[in-house]
Design a protein around this ligand. Sequence first.
Ligand code: ACM
Length: 614
Amino acid sequence: MHKLFFALLCTTVSLAQPTQPALIPSPQTFESRTGHFTITAQTRLNILTPVPSVRRMVQRNLPGLRLTDQTRPARAITVRLASVPGVGPEGYDLTVSPTGVLLTAPREAGLFYGLQTLRQFLPVNAFAGRDNPVKRTVTGVVPALHIRDQPRFGWRGLMLDVSRHFFDKAFVMRYIDQMAQYKFNVFHWHLTDDQGWRIEIKSLPRLTQVGAYRVPRTGVWRDITNPLPGENTTYGGYYTQDDIREVVQYAAQRSITVVPEIDMPGHMMAAIAAYPNLTCGNKPQPVPPNGKFYRIEDNNLNPCEDSTFLFVDKVLTEVAALFPGPYIHIGGDEAYKGFWETCAACKPLMATNNLKNVDELQSYFIRRVEKIVESKGKKLIGWDEILEGGLAPNATVMSWRGMKGGIEAARQNHSVIMSPENPAYLDRYQGDPSIEPSTFGMVRLSDAYAFEPVPDSVRVELILGGQGNLWTESVPTPRHAEYMTWPRAFALAEVLWSPKRQRNWPNFVTRVESHLIRYDSLDVNYARSMYDPVVLTKKPPLGAVEVFLSHELPDVFLYYTTDNTLPDNRAPLYTRSFLMPAGADRLKVVAYRNGKPIGRILDLTTPDLLLRMK
Ligand code: ACM
């Protein structure tokens, strides 16, 4: 009975193998060979390294297989640490033949990535994951092949903002797990912001006692109301230092470095709520549930008092001890410096230090913070605003307001991480605003896939890589964080790993669809927005509204109505832009692929169409 079931399982699996491997990110080289290798409970695992942590990592990724100590075992998966010609520290060489699998990499990271590639050939239910303890042995059929692979960039990051909304440790680890399967190697943890301080600092306990909690609110970000007098601060949470260590270790086991961000001198309201004397005005503040205080109340550290730098030193001493990676991100974005103009302590300090304006004062602050960061043995990263008033000597710049900050920093010989809000931000709309959860901007999957981190005329070795950022003002739940992340992070994974010349949108879409099926089985949430029509409008010279329809996916037909009926494939087929007829109050659009409707019907009123007119 058991044998029969197993045979059936193998048949199903082998029938289900796609002819073109659905690997994301696509490998640097791929060569298909004849035949396949079947992994069964009898397959042996041959790990040719004595390093215990590497052996454990390999076994975690290929659970249930018995180890062998034969030197040349038959029908085994052999994994070895050894150099591979032309392959750097994150690269690997994977050969699958009908008689076995051989994975070679010079470093543990490469072995990890080779295993992720191998796992993408196997059915998802092959894995005993954290959420799937039922099936304990990896099984499946892998086509014969040879892959030699390594990343295009050394920095392949995603950022999660845990301040605006709090995401617990279990979710953070789940997110890291998902990232690792797509070969991201940096988890940028945005741990502090105005709306919540999320990391325990033992020498400054009020940061979390006070700063980690705010009044509860729900709804559209821009409409969220201020705290009422005396209202209880019941929403929030933070990570203890033990939690942080656990997450850092979990990430390290998946070849991910965690980069903590402590955002300063702006975005500090949660800390100011705990310690009001951090600002020029010493004014007590609540932890805000919204952003309505910006420019009205001071949310900046006072850069003109030594006590501020003692505070920064205390925080960064503990942060540096918790995160073994080389970098600390100190934010630096969006500081509103208006309160510094009138700050009594700043006038003499600016005069003494020959600082002409508040931009130079910010630069003075960041330079002093860089000295603190370096005194802890770390390197400083900041958002591109740290260019204002002059860059700190060794700063790495994370460029978010487009690419220009990164280009300027590279021109000054500084290292750069490209994370332009368009198209690398994950908090923006990814489909039509009329049917998406409320946010702003627009970064479609195809936009993310078109991201090119290396601008012309920049020294390529200064571009460490790129990153997608998930800000969570409008992301209240873990489920929605996944929705905003996937599939756009598939696109970023490929942009940051695969050779540029290999980018191919229709082929990527096919692979995305197969990974979405995997995510269905794994109960990971994602957006289906790429299936929905795209509607743009313009006002032509003679009035009315001109409608332009398109679709992100290839081989899709669009049908529309303007008469209030529901469109199907008997409605007018869209071939070119058209004017909304006089009197029409709605446009409805449906997409068909292979004769079947896909995605959601867009239903836009004439006012909707007018609002989006260019
Ligand atoms: C940012 O988006 N404020 C870095």
